[in-house]
Write a protein of this length. Structure first.
Ligand code: AMP
Length: 493
């Protein structure tokens, strides 16, 4: 990299899955003072072009499978001076990218005794990530050497994720999604064995890797664990090595937690964070006295996003800025402060001003805090449903619906309504071979899940698939756009 002319402060972009070459880049790039810009490879061409230009990436490290997409945008990313192809192949694939080299050949030519920089100021940037594009253009967040080191140390605390040298860690969360939640940094710093599943994984592949490599800790979004659960239900795989499945990025449904813990005997650890927060800021690990509770009581805590970790300050404020009561009922926006929380969006002074106030990051997440201090997300600011002036939590409805035995996936959005301003509408994907009617779901929510009648979705729409963001979250914005009129039409408005 240095021979190519990469200097301290330059950005080097990676478009890569979880594998050993990407891991090498994770350490080599910051260690010459440059900035590791992990790019979400599932973004649209438009967003890829936007962020490569916004970051001014000088070199791009590209997985072979990504070449066709980068070829399409290559003429619109003028800051990029070199392309390096990440592949096992020994000859360069056919490509119009220029100038281009093979990664393995590229590093073979390098001096093995190269001295990495020893005196990089700890507050210099080391990494960079853009937030997922559920709202508008992606926004860049810089991580410093200091923030990465402190966040890594936090991940190793016994009361958070408890990463240790004894673990065999398999981050399924992509290395382009908030640095695979910091797991590559924490594990390498301890000498922990890492299992990197590469580009082509599914439930079967993950189950095989867990059994073969005796994985003790793995991490990913709920969709991954829903997928893996289908495979584990067959009973074909030995997953007894697992001491925890870490789940974050979206709310972990209680039914899923119960399934892993009670059916598969795999402890399930729910955690929460954002691109802006490195990401981990809360973990739902039970306190010792909570472990004495009956399982159903424990589950209520395990399904929450949990307690702020060491060094993270959290407060929850209502509309007038006053802090809410810690009663598990009153809702407010979660504000965060701490050494791995960003204080700005890259080159976005206006968006920074909105999000960072008096040193606190406004998360946009609406939460409650209970007497134990456990934080529970009830919605995103723009996902709350306000029906006749009262809040309805789409997350609670989704959790309940996903616990139904016929439901594979469910999401609930706010849809404009003439009388109530907004009403919930549910989107349901059924499990293979299962069936349930709208009326049955309604009865189930009322009678089994004890929802108030006015919380019930006005409509249940059955889909083959729920659209998802590039990191596997439900793409509510798309559903909101597509079904904006669905209730108004019925009322002939
Ligand atoms: P991202 O920056 O793409 O990781 O998105 C961060 C957002 O994802 C947060 O602000 C939350 O709205 C949501 N999120 C992350 N983790 C969780 C979780 N465990 N439960 C519910 N929502 C979550």
């Amino acid at each position: 990299m240095v021979k190519l002319g990469v200097k301290a402060g330059d950005k080097v972009g990676t478009l890569a899955w979880n594998d050993h070459r990407h891991l090498e880049a994770y350490f080599a790039i910051p260690s010459i003072g440059a900035v590791l810009h992990t790019i979400n490879i599932r973004l649209s061409e438009e967003h890829l072009t936007y962020i490569i230009n916004n970051a001014e990436d000088k070199v791009l490290l590209v997985d072979e499978g990504m070449i066709p997409i980068i070829e399409k945008i290559k003429d619109n990313i003028p800051t990029v001076e070199h392309f390096i192809i990440l592949t096992d192949e020994e000859t360069l694939p056919e490509t119009s990218l220029k100038p281009v080299q093979l990664y393995e050949a590229f590093i073979k030519g390098a001096n093995e005794t190269f001295q990495f920089l020893q005196d990089i100021p700890e507050t210099n940037p080391a990494g960079m990530c853009y937030t997922s594009a559920t709202t508008g253009n992606p926004k860049g967040v810089l991580y410093t050497h200091r923030s990465i080191v402190l966040h890594s140390m936090m991940l190793c605390f016994a009361d958070t994720i408890a990463i240790s040298e004894r673990d065999v860690a398999m981050p399924v969360v992509p290395m382009f999604h908030v640095n695979a939640w910091g797991i590559p940094f924490a594990t390498v710093s301890l000498g922990t064995k890492l299992v990197l599943p590469g580009p082509n994984f599914n439930g079967e592949v993950l189950a095989e890797l867990i059994e073969k490599e005796k994985v003790t800790m793995t991490a990913g979004v709920p969709t991954i664990w829903i997928e893996l659960a289908k495979v584990l239900e067959t009973g074909k795989y030995d997953t007894s090595s697992l001491t925890r499945v870490v789940c974050g990025g979206s709310a972990a449904p209680e039914g899923l937690i119960r399934k892993y813990e009670k059916e598969f005997n795999i402890p399930f650890l729910h955690a929460y964070g954002m691109t802006e927060t490195s990401p981990v800021v809360t973990v739902a690990r039970l306190k010792s006295h909570q472990e004495e509770l009956p399982y159903d009581e424990q589950l209520k805590y395990k399904g929450k996003q949990g307690l702020p970790t060491i060094l993270i300050e959290a407060k929850v404020v209502g509309e007038n800025g006053e802090e809410v009561k810690h009663d598990g009922e009153e809702m407010g926006e979660l504000l965060l402060r701490g050494p791995w929380i960003t204080d700005e969006y890259y080159r976005e002074p206006e968006k920074t001003k909105e999000a960072v106030q008096d040193g606190w990051l406004r998360t946009g997440d609406i939460v409650t805090v209970d007497e134990e201090g456990f934080i529970k997300i009830v919605d995103r600011t723009n996902d709350l449903i306000k029906s006749g002036g009262e809040w309805i939590s789409s997350v609670d409805l989704e959790n309940a619906l996903m616990a139904h035995e016929a439901v594979f996936e469910a999401t609930v959005i706010a849809v404009p309504h003439e009388r109530w301003q907004e009403r919930p509408v549910a989107f349901i994907v059924l499990k293979d071979g299962k069936d349930v009617t709208e009326e049955e779901l309604r009865q189930y929510l009322l009678e089994e899940k004890k929802f108030a009648k006015w919380w019930l979705p006005d409509k249940f729409i059955f889909l083959d698939e729920i659209p998802k963001t590039s990191v596997g979250k439900f793409l509510k914005r798309e559903l909101r756009e597509q079904y904006r009129d669905v209730l108004l039409k019925e009322q002939n408005v």
